[in-house]
Design a protein around this ligand. Structure first.
Ligand SMILES: [Zn+2]
Length: 404
C-alpha cells in the first residue's frame, strides 16, 4: 500500500514537472527547470536506494536471527552426539566384559571337554581291565583259574585264592562305577558351560545390536550437524552479501547526493552573462538615470543607484532574468520592493511597487519575463515609476549597460 502510494506521488510530481516544462519551453531557455527535473529524478533514485538499503538490512537481520536459531539446534544435536558417544563408550566397555566372559567360558568348556575325554579314557581302560579279568575268570581264563584253584594246597587255600580273584574283579567294578559317575558329572558340567557360553554369546549379540543402533543414531546426528553447518555458512554468505550490498548502496547514495547538490547549485544559477530583459514592456520613459545627482527630496548629492522608469500605476513589471525572490515586501526608502537573486552574484531590485502590487513571495523561483509586480509610488517617491537596480555582489551597476 505504502509503495503504491509513493509511486503515485512520484508520478504526480513527474507529471507536474512535465507540464511545467512544456509551458516554460515556450518562454526562454530554462536550465533551472532541467536541473529541477534532474533533482526529481535523483530523488526518485535516492528513494529507491533507501528502500533497497532497508530491505538489505532486514534480510541481513533475518539471516542473523535464523543463523542463531540454527546454532541453537546444532548445539542441541552436538550435545545429543556427546550423550550417544558416552553410551557407546559404556556399551563398548560392557562388550569387552562380556567378551572376557566368553573367552573364560570357552576356556572352561575346552577344559571340561578335556576332562570329559580323560574321564571317558579312564572309564574305557577300567572297563577293558574288568572285561579282561572276567574273561580270564569265566571264559578263556577258566583253565588257568582252575589251574590256580586246582593247584591250591588245601580247600582253605582254594577259597582264599577264589576270594582274592573275586575281590580283584569287585574292585575293578567299583572303580568303573566311580569313573562312570565322574564321567556323568563332567558331562553335565560341560553342558552347563555350553549353556553359559550360549547365554553370554547372546548377550554379546544384543550389545552388538545396541552398539549398531547407537552408531546409526550418532551418524544421523552428525549428518544433521553437517547440515546445520552448511545452513549457517549459507546464512553467513547472505549476511555478507547484504553487508556488501549496503556498502554499495551507501556509495551510490553518496554519489547521488553529491550529484543532487551539484544540480541544486545549477538550479540557483540563472544568470550566466548576456543582456537582461527590460522590466517594463508597456511604454515608459527614463525619468532619471544612474549616477550622482541632487536628490529630489533631500536636495543632497547622492548616488542614484538605479534608473527610474516612469509609467502609469499598475503597469506590469517583469523579471529581468530568471531567479529566486529574496525580498518581497516593504523596504525603507524603496517602499514595496522585490529583489531577485539570479546567481553568479547578480541581483535586480524593483522599487516603489504599488500597494498590493507584489505578485511573488520570498523563495519563489521566477523565470525571465515573468510578471512579478506592478508600478506604484510607495516609499520616497514623487510619482509613479519603477526604480530598477542591478547589483553585482552588492555593488550597484548602471542598469542601462545590462539591458538590451
Ligand atoms: Zn530611483
Amino acid at each position: 500500500m505504502k509503495r503504491s502510494g509513493t509511486w503515485k506521488k512520484a508520478t504526480a510530481v513527474t507529471t507536474a514537472l512535465l507540464i511545467a516544462a512544456t509551458v516554460w519551453q515556450t518562454g526562454t531557455a530554462a536550465p533551472e527547470i532541467e536541473a529541477a527535473s534532474k533533482i526529481s529524478e535523483i530523488n526518485k533514485q535516492l528513494e529507491a536506494i533507501k528502500k533497497q538499503t532497508k530491505d538489505a538490512a532486514a534480510t541481513q537481520k533475518s539471516a542473523e536471527k535464523e543463523s542463531k536459531d540454527v546454532l541453537a539446534l546444532k548445539n542441541q544435536a552436538a550435545s545429543s552426539v556427546n550423550e550417544i558417544l558416552k553410551q557407546l563408550d559404556e556399551v563398548g566397555q560392557q562388550m569387552n566384559g562380556v567378551q572376557k566372559q566368553i573367552d573364560q567360558t570357552e576356556d572352561d568348556l575346552m577344559q571340561a571337554g578335556q576332562q570329559l575325554e580323560e574321564a571317558e579314557d579312564r572309564v574305557e581302560k577300567r572297563d577293558k581291565m574288568l572285561q579282561s579279568r572276567l574273561r580270564l575268570m569265566y571264559q578263556n581264563g577258566v583253565v588257568s583259574y582252575l589251574d590256580v584253584l586246582m593247584s591250591a594246597t588245601s580247600f582253605t587255600d582254594f577259597v582264599d585264592r577264589f576270594d582274592a580273584l573275586q575281590a580283584i574283579v569287585n574292585q575293578d567294578k567299583d572303580v568303573l562305577e566311580q569313573h562312570k559317575k565322574d564321567k556323568a558329572l563332567i558331562a553335565q558340567k560341560k553342558v552347563e558351560i555350553e549353556n553359559k557360553l550360549s547365554d553370554v554369546k547372546e548377550m554379546y549379540t544384543k550389545l552388538d545390536d545396541y552398539q549398531t543402533v547407537l552408531a546409526e543414531k550418532e551418524k544421523t546426528k552428525e549428518k544433521l550437524i553437517a547440515e546445520y553447518n552448511q545452513k549457517m555458512e549459507e546464512l553467513e554468505d547472505i549476511s555478507e552479501e547484504q553487508e556488501q550490498l549496503m556498502v554499495d548502496l551507501a556509495k551510490k547514495q553518496a554519489d547521488l547526493e553529491r550529484k543532487k547538490r551539484e544540480e541544486q547549485k545549477k538550479q540557483t544559477v540563472f544568470y550566466t552573462g548576456g543582456k537582461l530583459a527590460v522590466p517594463l514592456k508597456d511604454s515608459y520613459r527614463i525619468s532619471s538615470g544612474f549616477g550622482y545627482r541632487i536628490h529630489p527630496i533631500y536636495h543632497t548629492k547622492k548616488l542614484h543607484a538605479g534608473i527610474d522608469m516612469a509609467a502609469p500605476e499598475g503597469t506590469s513589471i517583469y523579471a529581468a532574468e530568471g531567479g529566486v525572490v529574496i525580498t518581497a515586501g516593504w523596504t525603507s526608502g524603496y517602499g514595496n520592493t522585490v529583489i531577485l537573486d539570479h546567481g553568479n552574484g547578480l541581483w535586480t531590485l524593483y522599487g516603489h511597487i504599488r500597494n498590493g502590487g507584489i505578485k511573488v513571495k520570498v523563495g519563489d523561483s521566477v523565470k525571465r519575463g515573468e510578471k512579478i509586480a506592478e508600478v506604484g509610488s510607495t516609499g520616497n517617491s514623487t510619482g509613479n515609476h519603477l526604480h530598477f537596480e542591478v547589483r553585482v555582489n552588492g555593488t550597484p551597476k548602471d542598469p542601462t549597460s545590462y539591458l538590451k
